[in-house]
Design a protein around this ligand. Sequence first.
Ligand SMILES: NC(=O)c1ccc[n+]([C@@H]2O[C@H](COP(=O)([O-])OP(=O)(O)OC[C@H]3O[C@@H](n4cnc5c(N)ncnc54)[C@H](O)[C@@H]3O)[C@@H](O)[C@H]2O)c1
Length: 364
Amino acid sequence: MKEAVDPQFWSGKKVFLTGHTGFKGGWLTVWLHSMGAKVSGYALFPNTKPNLYEEARVSGLCDHSFIGDIRDLLTLRQAMNQVAPDIVIHMAAQPLVRYSYENPVETYETNVMGTVHLLEAVRTCPSVRAVVIVTTDKCYENKEWVWGYRENEPMGGHDPYSNSKGCAELITAAYRQSFFSEVNYSSHRVAMASARAGNVIGGGDWSTDRLIPDAIAAFEKKVPLLIRNPLAIRPWQHVLEPLSGYLVLAQSLYEQGVAFNGAWNFGPQDGDARTVQEVITLFIAQWNQRMGEVASWQQDHQFQPHEAHLLKLDCSKAGQYLHWKAKWSLEAAVDAIVQWHQAFQRKEDLQVLMHEQIKMYCAS
Ligand SMILES: NC(=O)c1ccc[n+]([C@@H]2O[C@H](COP(=O)([O-])OP(=O)(O)OC[C@H]3O[C@@H](n4cnc5c(N)ncnc54)[C@H](O)[C@@H]3O)[C@@H](O)[C@H]2O)c1
């Protein structure tokens, strides 16, 4: 199969990436750098220990690694203008549902005003040709139905996180219409899209309240993992899947302009929208086999705040126009994660392993 991500295109491109100190941002920095892109990141310093940014020496791969707040428009604008990027990818966010129930103001400030600031910075940075705003599958009004959501369905979001990402989508559409319109493309030359991906798993995620990081934390303490909603269905995918979608989308925006404006879903193959219970059973089997352990899980019966039970994405649009589709099965994704954490425990060079996993992904 033809490799979808085009290293020749990325070689020498200046990319301004927000959220490079996070899980997805760390992987994307490694991938972009491996193709010869000049990456400049903008984000807060990681708030977990360990974290991917330090473990994989991500700052060493950046032309600039700005430690700054997306809520600070002036500093963000100065950083972007200093870099004068060709392409902007916006991933900095408060990305956790349960944290958003406890900290709604911070979540809205970061995800809503952060997106406004990012787009304001783009308005005053004449070098930018393509912008990808990363949101989430949770931006849709969830109807708890069995069908996958399509890009033209209404925004919603029950909890502050999901809703803030629905808002980020609306902001992106409003800025596009108001300041980067198709009719004026020849004067501003900025093409802009948003990307909605499902639940991402992969090595190097230490966030709380996410299935795989919670599982690893429990197994390291030798206690069973407590699961809140074992029957909830999510579109699980390895982190490299949506990242490849963002890269293909950014290239299309850069090369072909407004034809690729709009929203894009990047989800797993249909069969990989699976229950939490199925994913964790698979993960535990591979973990126990590789690590020689007897890890297990139990249901957590304590009261839990609302989370969607059924969430699937329809990715026909990305398949049809970007020729993008998910490559790795859930089994392959889980295998890569267990391999990654084994390497972490053995204190191996994680940047090298990430390069190997990216190469393997591109070749599959
Ligand atoms: N991980 C997933 O399952 C998933 C699924 C769908 C969408 N997403 C989206 O992908 C993006 C990246 O998520 P992630 O999983 O890597 O999360 P993460 O928590 O690992 O990384 C978040 C990044 O945002 C930065 N950040 C947070 N607040 C900031 C602020 N005020 N100013 C500057 N930077 C700030 C952090 O420093 C970090 O670099 C987010 O937009 C998230 O909503 C993630």
